[in-house]
Design a protein around this ligand. Structure first.
Ligand SMILES: NC(=O)C1=CN([C@@H]2O[C@H](COP(=O)(O)OP(=O)(O)OC[C@H]3O[C@@H](n4cnc5c(N)ncnc54)[C@H](OP(=O)(O)O)[C@@H]3O)[C@@H](O)[C@H]2O)C=CC1
Ligand SMILES: O=C(CO)COP(=O)(O)O
Length: 346
């Protein structure tokens, strides 16, 4: 049994904390909102993020960060990407021992183009951890919280820490694999949110399964093209954090990214969508980040560019679809195979 703190009491932080409780760990869920802490303790529910779910009696709720992390062996960061740096800075002030750092967030930071583990490594004092583990895969909080079978990958360059994370979380309904390809796992988890926005837009426009299958597969080609250039193992993208997470987010109404895209496709303005959602839609910032990165490194990403243009009202969804369908004719796999060939000839 381990003592673990989960930082971030939104839908995913709460669902992950519940898995850890099921595995009989000593679990502390931290929220930055004192009112939410009081309500969760009183009602034993997280009314805003998982309204129908009863919280386990063993789950301890904290709003004081230093108390939440006292003597814990592992810290699971599950806040939106834009809050990762702030949390690490806070941890530098209150953490007084070495821990295993695991994160469950999915995003890329605009301007730096950093993945989550890169942001953590830049902010968190090196003496507090050995390496970072990313826990990622096709996993809607709503389904995990009712114990539906779910599979994920714990990725770290440090194999021992990935195995520790697998051991911490794995159970009968939550199967965890390990991987050393943290670059691929983080990029797959973050970039699928862009394609999920696109799948939502396509559905919102009234297009059917052919269009969505095209977005998923050509989206996967885009994701693996960028990720392979950034050092990922291309095989990761036929796994849980590639095609797996794309399927779950592009085809489910649980997905906030799909829902936001669906409303964009129906012509609802972005500011209205975001105020309606009340939850994080990571794909918006990640689209900005990846659009910048692709431009800087001259990587062809027509779907991402199209979604960026829809978000920032540069082109209408219909114009983007027309442009994607009438781009220069090209081969389906040649660009990726030549990338791989270059990699292995080096
Ligand atoms: N939901 C899911 O099924 C999955 C989500 N993820 C990823 O997990 C991450 C978190 O998502 P999720 O839980 O769904 O998001 P939610 O929108 O459900 O919740 C976000 C939580 O983070 C809190 N928060 C926001 N800013 C801060 C801050 N500066 N300091 C501390 N807490 C903060 C929010 O608090 P407040 O209520 O006060 O705003 C809220 O509790 C995202 O990167 C997402 O992509 C990954 C897999 C599955
Ligand atoms: O990452 C997720 C499922 O794997 C959740 O996706 P959304 O953030 O779009 O809800």
């Amino acid at each position: 049994m381990s003592k673990v703190a989960v930082l971030g009491a939104g839908s995913w932080g709460t669902a992950l904390a519940m898995v850890l409780c099921d595995n009989h760990h000593n679990v502390r869920l931290w929220t930055h909102n004192p009112d939410q802490k009081k309500a969760m303790e009183l009602e034993r529910k997280n009314k805003k993020y998982l309204p129908d779910i009863e919280l386990p009696t063993s789950l301890a709720i904290y709003d004081d960060l230093s108390q939440a992390i006292e003597q814990v062996e592992a810290i699971v960061l599950v806040v939106p990407t834009k809050a990762i740096r702030e949390i690490c800075q806070k941890l530098n002030h209150v953490l007084d021992h070495k821990v295993v750092i695991i994160h469950g967030s999915k995003g890329i930071e605009p301007d730096s183009h950093y993945r989550i583990s890169q942001m953590i490594k830049e902010e968190l004092s090196q003496s507090l951890y050995d390496d970072v583990v990313a826990l990622s895969g096709p996993s809607h909080a709503e389904e995990v919280s009712v114990k539906h079978p779910t599979t994920l990958t714990a990725a770290s360059e440090n194999g021992e820490l990935a195995a520790f994370t697998q051991d911490l979380f794995i159970n009968q309904y939550f199967r965890v694999y390990t991987s050393k390809d943290i670059i691929g796992v983080e990029l797959g988890g973050a970039l699928k949110n862009i394609i999920a926005l696109g799948a939502g837009i396509s559905d919102g426009l009234g297009y059917g399964d052919n269009a969505k299958a095209a977005l998923i597969t050509r989206g996967l080609a885009e994701i693996s093209r960028l990720a392979t250039i950034k050092g990922a193992n291309p095989l990761t993208f036929i796994g849980l954090s590639g095609v797996g997470d794309l399927i779950v987010t592009c085809t489910s109404a649980h997905s906030r990214n799909w829902r936001a895209g669906n409303m964009l496709g129906k012509g609802i303005p972005l500011h209205e969508i975001l105020s309606k959602m009340g939850m994080i839609v990571e794909g918006i910032r990640t689209t900005e980040a990846v659009y910048q990165l692709a431009k800087k490194e001259n990587i062809e990403m027509p779907i991402t560019t199209g979604i960026y243009d829809v978000i920032y009202e540069i082109r209408s969804p219909k114009e983007v679809v027309d442009d994607l369908m009438t781009r220069n004719r090209t081969n389906e796999v040649d660009d990726i195979s030549s990338l791989l060939l270059n990699r292995y000839m080096d």
